[in-house]
Design a protein around this ligand. Structure first.
Ligand code: 5GP
Ligand code: MN
Length: 339
C-alpha cells in the first residue's frame, strides 16, 4: 500500500469513484463516506456511495444519505458501479470481510483501491494506496486531513462539515475519549467556520429515537445487566425476544454498551445481542485493557484498543458462558488495572 498522498495527482482528473464502509455503518463510517463523497463531487468526480447493509435511521439526515445504495437491496446496481469504477475508497474498516457479503466484490474489483482507516492491523496488501492511523479519533478526521493535505480545504462546505463533524462526535463519545487530540479541536474549529448548526447535528444524532427504545433501555438495565466486580467487568446480554418485544431496529442498540462503564471500578464491558445470523459482541474498556486483542483472541473480531467487536456462532447462553471464562482467564489484566 503506497502512502495516500501519492493519489493526489491522480484525482485531479474527473473519474468514476465508489466509496464504501463497514457493514451496519455508524456515524463515523457514514459521515466519512458522505463527507468524502461531497468533496470528490466538488472536485468534479462521479461518485457513488455503497453501504454493505442497511443503517440506523438516525443517520438519514446526513446530506447525501438519500443517495446511498444498500448493497443488500441493490446487488446489480452496486456490482455495475464497482465494475465501472476507476477508484474504490474503503473507509472506516481494515479488511474486506468487515463489509460482509460485499467483500468478494471488493476483492475482485480491478480498479485502484484506497484505504482510509483507523482500526488496528489493517490488511494493507489489499490496497494500492492508503493511510491507516490508529491514533486518529475517527475516519472523519482522516478524511478532513486528506482534503487538507490535497490542498483543497476551501472546498469544504457546510454539508461536508456536517458529515465530518457527526462522525467525529460519535467516534470520540462527544469529545471525551483519549483519542480527542488537539488536532480534533483544531479541525472542528475549521469546520465550524462553514457556519453549520452543530447543535442541530447533536440533536439529529441523539434526540431522534422513539419511546420504545427508552423503554427497552429500562428493561435491559433492570434485567439484562450483570456485574462481576472480582474481574472489574460488566456484561449485558440481549435476547431475540427483547428485540422483538420492543421493536428494536438497526441503530437502536448503539451506545448501550456504555451504560455499565459509568460504574466505578468497571474496566471492561461485554455486550452481546442474539441476532439471527450470529451473536454480535461489543467490548469497551476504560484504560489499560486491550479490547482489540481480546476480541481477536476470543471472539473472531477486532477494532480499537478501548472499543472492539466480534461475533460467535454459539447460542447466547454458550457465548455468555464463554465470556465468563475469558474474564477469569484475563483476571491478571483486568484486576491489575484497578490498583
Ligand atoms: P461496535 O461495538 O460499536 O460495533 O464496534 C466497536 C469497534 O470495533 C468499531 O470500530 C468497529 O468497527 C469494530 N468492530 C465491531 N465488530 C467487529 C468485528 O466483528 N470485527 C472487527 N475486526 N472489528 C469489529
Ligand atoms: Mn471509526
Amino acid at each position: 500500500m503506497k502512502p495516500i498522498h501519492n493519489i493526489f495527482p491522480l484525482i485531479t482528473q474527473p473519474a468514476r469513484v465508489v466509496i464504501t464502509m463497514h457493514q451496519k455503518p455508524d456515524g463515523d463510517a457514514m459521515g466519512s463516506a458522505l463527507g468524502l463523497c461531497g468533496f470528490l463531487k466538488r472536485l468534479g468526480h462521479e461518485v457513488a456511495v455503497i453501504s454493505p447493509t442497511n443503517w440506523a435511521n438516525w443517520l438519514n439526515w446526513m446530506p447525501g444519505c438519500d443517495g446511498v445504495l444498500n448493497y443488500e437491496k441493490h446487488h446489480d446496481r452496486s456490482a455495475e458501479l464497482l465494475s465501472k469504477a476507476d477508484y474504490l475508497f474503503c473507509l472506516d474498516f481494515n479488511i474486506f470481510h468487515r463489509t460482509k457479503n460485499l467483500a468478494p466484490l471488493l476483492a475482485d474489483a480491478t480498479c485502484v483501491k484506497v484505504l482510509i482507516d483507523h482500526h488496528e492491523q489493517p490488511d494493507t496488501a489489499s490496497f494500492n494506496y492508503g493511510i491507516s492511523d490508529i491514533t486518529k479519533s475517527s475516519t472523519c478526521e482522516m478524511v478532513y486531513d486528506f482534503i487538507e493535505a490535497s490542498g483543497n480545504d476551501k472546498l469544504i462546505d457546510a454539508n461536508i462539515a456536517r458529515c465530518l463533524y457527526a462522525g467525529v462526535v460519535t467516534d470520540t463519545g462527544s469529545f471525551r475519549f483519549s483519542s480527542t487530540h488537539a488536532s480534533v479541536h483544531q479541525m472542528v474549529a475549521r469546520l465550524m467556520e462553514t457556519d453549520f448548526d452543530h447543535a442541530l447535528v447533536h440533536s439529529n444524532l441523539f434526540d431522534n429515537f422513539l419511546e420504545n427504545r427508552l423503554r427497552f433501555i429500562g428493561h435491559v438495565l433492570s434485567n439484562r445487566m450483570e456485574f462481576f466486580y472480582e474481574y472489574n467487568t460488566a456484561l449485558i446480554s440481549i435476547t431475540k425476544q427483547d428485540l422483538l418485544k420492543y421493536y428494536i431496529k438497526t441503530g437502536d442498540t448503539e451506545g448501550l454498551v456504555n451504560y455499565p462503564m459509568s460504574v466505578k471500578g468497571i474496566e471492561l464491558v461485554g455486550f452481546v445481542i442474539d441476532r439471527d445470523e450470529e451473536r454480535k459482541w461489543s467490548f469497551r474498556s476504560k484504560r489499560h485493557f486491550d479490547c482489540n486483542t481480546f476480541a481477536r483472541k476470543y471472539f473472531n473480531g477486532g477494532g480499537h484498543y478501548n472499543a472492539s467487536g466480534g461475533n460467535s456462532k454459539d447460542s447466547l447462553a454458550q457465548t455468555v458462558e464463554y465470556f465468563k471464562q475469558t474474564i477469569k482467564e484475563n483476571e491478571h489484566l483486568l484486576v491489575e488495572v484497578k490498583s
